[in-house]
Ligand binder design. Structure first.
Ligand code: ADP
Length: 327
C-alpha cells in the first residue's frame, strides 16, 4: 500500500515552455480540491536546494492560465547532479513534510526526478513541458502547439516578403535534437524543404533541387531547418547555397526565442490543465515515478526511467508527405 501524500511540491525545470503556468494552476487547484497542501518550488531543483519554497493556494494561481513563461521561474541546477545536492534537497523537503513532487519539464528534468525518487523514496510525477515534443509516451507536450504556431505565423510573414522579392529564405526554427517544430511548421507553411536532425541532410540534393527550381523560374522558396540539423543551422546551409547558387537572392532568418514565449494556445492550456489534474490524481492513487501523457485521447503513464530513454520518432509517412506536397 502506497504512503498517503499530504503535502506536495510543484516545480518547473529546464527550458521553459508556454503552458507551464496552466499546468501549475491545475496542480495547485486540484491539490487544494483534494485537501492537500501545495507548495511552489522556485527555479526548478535550485529552489529545493536553496529552500526557496512557498505555500500556494487557489488565489496564488489566479490570472495565469493565459500567461507564457512560468511564475515559479525555471533554471538548470548543477548541484542537483551531485548526491550531496540531492541530499540537501531531500532534507529541505523533509523539514517541510513534502511527500510528493510534480515536475514540469523535459527529459533532463525527468532524469533528475528519476534519480532523486530512487534515492529518497519520494514519489515524483513528471509532466512533459517542452516545446520540442521529443518525449515518447505522449501525443502532446505542453508548449509545442504554441511554439509551432508562433513559427507558422512568422514563416507566413517571411513568405510574403520572399514572394514580393523572389527570394530564397532559409529559416531556422528551434529543435536541438528534435525536428518536430521544423516538420510541423514547414508542412503547415508549404515549405519547399525541411531539414531535421532525425534525417541525414543531403546538401547536394538540396542544391540540385534548388537549381532545378531556378531553371523552372520558381524563385520563391522556403527552406525550414531545425537548429540541431546534423549539417548545421540556417547559416551553415546558406553558406553552401550562396556559394553554389550565387545568383539566387538567398536570405537567412533565425526565429530564436520568440518560439518559447507568448500566450499559450487553447490546446496547450487544455493539455496542461488535464495533465496537471492527472498528476495530482496519480499521487493520490499511489503512482510513483511516472510521466503523465496523453495517448489517443486517454491518459497514459510512462515510467520516468523509460520516458528518458525513448524519443518520439518521426514517422516515415510525414517524410513522404513533405516530399509529395512540396513538389
Ligand atoms: P530539460 O528538462 O528541459 O531537458 P535539462 O536537461 O537542462 O532540461 O535538465 C534540467 C535540470 O534537471 C538540470 O539542470 C538538473 O538540475 C536536472 N538534471 C538533469 N539531468 C540530471 C541527472 N542526470 N541527474 C540529476 N539531475 C539532473
Amino acid at each position: 500500500m502506497a504512503k498517503k501524500v499530504t503535502k506536495i511540491g510543484v516545480l518547473t525545470s529546464g527550458g521553459d515552455s508556454p503552458g507551464m503556468n496552466a499546468a501549475i494552476r491545475a496542480v495547485v487547484r486540484t491539490g487544494n480540491y483534494y485537501g492537500l497542501e501545495v507548495f511552489g518550488i522556485m527555479r526548478g531543483y535550485s529552489g529545493i536546494i536553496d529552500n526557496d519554497i512557498v505555500p500556494m493556494h487557489s488565489r496564488s494561481v489566479a490570472n495565469i492560465i493565459q500567461r507564457g513563461g512560468t511564475i515559479l521561474k525555471t533554471a538548470r541546477c548543477k548541484e542537483f547532479f551531485t548526491p550531496e545536492g540531492r541530499q540537501k534537497a531531500y532534507n529541505n523537503l523533509k523539514k517541510l513534510g513534502i511527500d510528493g513532487l510534480v515536475i514540469i519539464g523535459g527529459d533532463g528534468s525527468f532524469r533528475g526526478a528519476d534519480i532523486f525518487s530512487r534515492e529518497f523514496d519520494i514519489p515524483c510525477i513528471g509532466l512533459p513541458g517542452t516545446i520540442d515534443k521529443d518525449i515518447a509516451g505522449t501525443d502532446f507536450t505542453i508548449g509545442f502547439d504554441t511554439a509551432v504556431n508562433t513559427a507558422v505565423e512568422a514563416i507566413d510573414k517571411i513568405r510574403d516578403t520572399a514572394d514580393a522579392h523572389d527570394r530564397l529564405f532559409i529559416i531556422e526554427v528551434m529543435g536541438r535534437d528534435a525536428g518536430y517544430i521544423a516538420l510541423h511548421s514547414g508542412i503547415a507553411t508549404g515549405a519547399e524543404h525541411i531539414l531535421i536532425p532525425e534525417r541525414k541532410t543531403d546538401i547536394e540534393e538540396l542544391v540540385a533541387s534548388l537549381q532545378e527550381k531556378e531553371r523552372r523560374k520558381k524563385l520563391v522558396n522556403m527552406v525550414v531547418v531545425a537548429e540541431g540539423d546534423e549539417f548545421g543551422g540556417a547559416n551553415e546551409v546558406a553558406k553552401v547555397v550562396k556559394e553554389r547558387l550565387p545568383t539566387t537572392d538567398t536570405r537567412v532568418c533565425i526565429l530564436g526565442h520568440i518560439q518559447r514565449g507568448g500566450s499559450p494556445t487553447c490546446l496547450d492550456r487544455l493539455i496542461a490543465s488535464r495533465m496537471g489534474y492527472a498528476a495530482v490524481e496519480s499521487l493520490l492513487e499511489g503512482r510513483h515515478n511516472v510521466m503523465v501523457g496523453i495517448l489517443n485521447n486517454r491518459m497514459h503513464y510512462t515510467l520516468l526511467e523509460r520516458a528518458v530513454k525513448s524519443k518520439q520518432k518521426i514517422s516515415e509517412e510525414w517524410i513522404k508527405i513533405v516530399k509529395i506536397l512540396a513538389s
